[in-house]
Design a protein around this ligand. Structure first.
Ligand SMILES: [Fe+2]
Length: 325
């Protein structure tokens, strides 16, 4: 007889690459005199027909219906990093949930060009800061100084990273940097000593397989090295606009890395070759010495109006498997 499912320590909803619609009206010419102009043309040409507010609204309603304990959003709330987009995204975050139950990290689109902290990412600070106010750099920490941040919910620790850095036109690369990586190592080791389930949130995937160079995490080897030495239980990411599950080397056992498609992507077809919106519901439990994660995949249905479960699985990887990136 199958044993009853363990009571979760935490239920966590994960979605990514929100790509909210551009605020009404054409952006001012002075705001487009940068890398933003290419992003704006791309939005007008195709992306505004792929990333649909009605899909995002249906996804959010579905998430709320499942009443998760916590929600993680792994970046790309905006498209062009316009000040008006950051304000719109801040208002939208208020509809996702209160800051203590919603954790956000930035994506490359949220750092398309260099932005003053107060007009850009700083507007999302309540959803993007750690529990410990003494560890909050406050003021104007900039993208690097505000990360990693740590939130502990029950016996689960969420560690938020920023891989969002301005890049040259046509590039969508990311970078963690030596400072953030060094702080991450110390944080992961301390959380490991506390025997917490460590979830690393990062916009860009860390694995290399299947990723284009112009969209990759430039210092992914450095971050993979930190994880291999210091350990984590799970990595959640976005960026590729596809759902995927990979394994990264860890000190004891492989580390699962789970990615979501764009939360606003309409069904495939009519010029959309990518994947329709999905989100993952993770039930994290510890019925014995080992952690268990039950993943429910909720994907937009073919009509594009509602979400349905297209699969469930448990993350359980054997300890003695060697994985290469
Ligand atoms: Fe994206």
């Amino acid at each position: 007889m199958e044993s009853p499912p363990a009571v979760p320590e935490l239920t966590l909803a994960h979605f990514s690459d929100v790509h909210l619609p551009l605020p009404a009206g054409r952006p001012a010419m002075r705001d487009l005199l940068s890398k933003r102009v290419l992003g704006y043309l791309s939005w007008r040409r195709s992306r505004q027909r792929i990333h649909r507010p009605e899909v995002l609204a249906a996804l959010l309603a579905d998430v709320h219906r499942h009443a998760p304990d916590h929600i993680a959003v792994t970046g790309d709330l905006t498209n062009l990093s316009l000040p008006s987009e950051f304000a719109l995204a801040r208002a939208w975050l208020g509809t996702v949930g209160p800051a203590e139950r919603v954790t956000v990290i930035p994506g490359n689109h949220d750092a398309l060009v260099a932005m003053p902290w107060a007009e850009g990412l700083g507007t999302w600070r309540e959803w993007m800061r750690g529990d410990d106010p003494s560890g909050d750099p406050g003021g104007n920490p900039g993208t690097d100084g505000a990360f990693p941040f740590v939130r502990v919910r029950g016996r689960v620790a969420l560690v938020g990273l920023s891989s969002a850095v301005p890049t040259a036109p046509l590039l969508a690369t990311g970078r963690i940097g030596a400072g953030q990586a060094g702080r991450l190592a110390a944080i992961l080791e301390e959380l490991g000593r506390q025997d917490l389930f460590r979830i690393v949130l990062v916009h860009h995937p860390i694995h290399r397989a299947g990723e284009k160079r112009r969209k990759s995490l430039r210092d992914g080897d450095r971050l993979a090295g930190v994880l291999a030495r210091s350990g984590a239980e799970l990595v959640l990411h976005g960026h590729g606009h596809v759902g995927r599950l990979d394994a990264l080397p860890g000190p004891v056992r492989p580390i699962a890395s789970l990615g979501c498609s764009s939360a606003s992507a309409r069904p495939v077809g009519r010029g959309h070759k990518g994947e329709a919106a999905r989100w993952h519901l993770l039930a994290i439990s510890r019925p014995g010495p080992e952690w268990q994660v039950r993943v429910t995949v909720r994907r937009l249905d073919s009509a594009g109006t509602g979400f349905e479960t297209v699969g469930t699985y448990s993350l359980a990887m054997p300890a003695a498997v060697s994985i290469s990136r």
